[in-house]
Design a protein around this ligand. Structure first.
Ligand SMILES: [Zn+2]
Ligand SMILES: [Zn+2]
Length: 373
């Protein structure tokens, strides 16, 4: 790996470590979820065990191991009554690093599990068990080669490791109470829990569209985004097939969320499940939405597999992730999007009556597209 790439990887961890070393006042208690001061209010939400701890209860136990304080500091303090509360303000850096590494492993394993489960299930269904049945929903003609699938898996595993490193950095920062993760906080009930998930998804959609467009800039494309576009007809395994630099950009949504939106770990977990499900769907190569969906109100809002498949084919359009809002607003939807969606359902346009109307008919010459962008 290039030296510059390593810098990209190490920088967030070092920065987070620096943040976590910030001296904390002796009177403060950093609970499992936040920093309490003497006035029984969170100064800020803290200790983001994040996604990792959510999946790994032993991490919670590990966290509670050093100087557990399972009662609120003050009689009237109802903001933190978690048995997981722990004094961590004066935790040595080594302990913080240990916990961050544990969380990192947990995050990596959790992400890997969902990636393998969903991408594996989609591959099995579309390409192994019922290829004939799903062929009618196939977007591209060619079968993916073993080489392509191996490459996609290799790149995805590398991305998962990078996501884990970013998780470690976030946990280090969170141990100082810099994130807005909460667990037991009366201010946030079910309405906020649901609202936060919606907000997170909207934020991710905007973040993805604009960072994606940026990575298509000729100066950045080769270095950052080209790896993902090696698959012009992707399989579900391409969901995380990024270069290290792009993986870091994609992982950036995690810190952005926990530093800005009060987030329950379960809400973050559900968001992660949503994003990997949508991501696998976008790369599965088969249109799953019903005929006529793209012209319905829901289809105008939500993206489809055809939408992202066209992005992999044509490069210059269809940058959006979940919603078809940014592409519509900015005018970057592919003009043939609806035609290609219909074609995945076997509906041929009237003008293509010469018999040459298969998906290949609309494919651009990839080498050209690739060298330009
Ligand atoms: Zn893609
Ligand atoms: Zn792209």
């Amino acid at each position: 790996m290039k030296r510059r790439t390593w810098l990209f990887l190490v920088l967030p961890v070092v920065l987070s470590a620096a943040i976590s070393c910030r001296p904390a006042a002796a009177t403060k208690t950093i609970s499992f979820v936040g920093v309490q001061d003497g006035q029984s209010r969170y100064r800020s939400m803290g200790l983001n065990i994040g996604y990792a701890g959510y999946w790994f209860p032993q991490f919670h136990a590990g966290t509670a191991g050093g100087g557990v304080s399972d009662r609120p500091t003050h009689e009237n303090d109802h903001s933190v009554v978690s048995p997981l509360s722990v004094r961590v303000a004066r935790l040595p850096l080594l302990q913080k690093l240990t916990r961050a590494l544990r969380a990192s492993l947990g995050a990596t394993f959790g992400n890997l599990l969902w990636y393998a489960l969903l991408a594996g299930a989609a591959s099995l269904l579309f390409y192994v068990l019922f290829p004939r049945f799903f062929r009618r929903r196939r977007i591209a003609d060619a079968d993916p080669s073993r080489q392509q699938v191996s490459r996609e898996i290799f790149h995805s595993l590398r991305s998962l490791a990078i996501f884990g490193l970013v998780a470690a950095g976030v946990v280090l920062a969170a141990l100082s109470g810099w994130t807005r993760i909460y667990i037991n906080d009366d201010r946030y009930g079910w309405p906020w829990f649901i609202t936060s998930i919606v907000l997170i998804i909207l934020l991710h959609d905007a973040y993805f569209y604009w960072t994606h467009r940026l990575m298509h800039h000729p100066r950045l494309f080769r270095r950052m985004h080209h790896t993902h576009h090696l698959s012009t007809s992707p399989t579900p395994w391409a969901a995380y097939a990024f270069s290290p630099a792009e993986a870091l950009v994609q992982a950036g949504i995690g810190p952005l969320i926990v530093f800005t939106i009060p987030t329950h770990p379960a809400a973050f977990g559900l968001f992660m499940l949503w994003q990997i499900s949508f991501n696998v769907m976008g790369h599965c190569g088969h249109e799953l939405f019903p005929r006529g969906f793209v012209t319905s109100p829901a289809g105008r809002l939500l993206n489809t597999t055809t939408h992202h498949a066209l992005h992999h084919e044509k490069f210059r359009t269809n940058f959006g992730l979940y919603f078809n809002v940014w592409d519509r607003l900015i005018g970057t939807n592919h003009p043939e999007y609806e035609v290609r969606f219909d074609r995945a359902h076997g509906v041929m346009p009237a003008t293509g009556a010469d018999g040459d109307v298969g998906p290949k008919h609309l494919q651009v010459t990839q080498p050209q597209a690739r060298t330009k962008k």
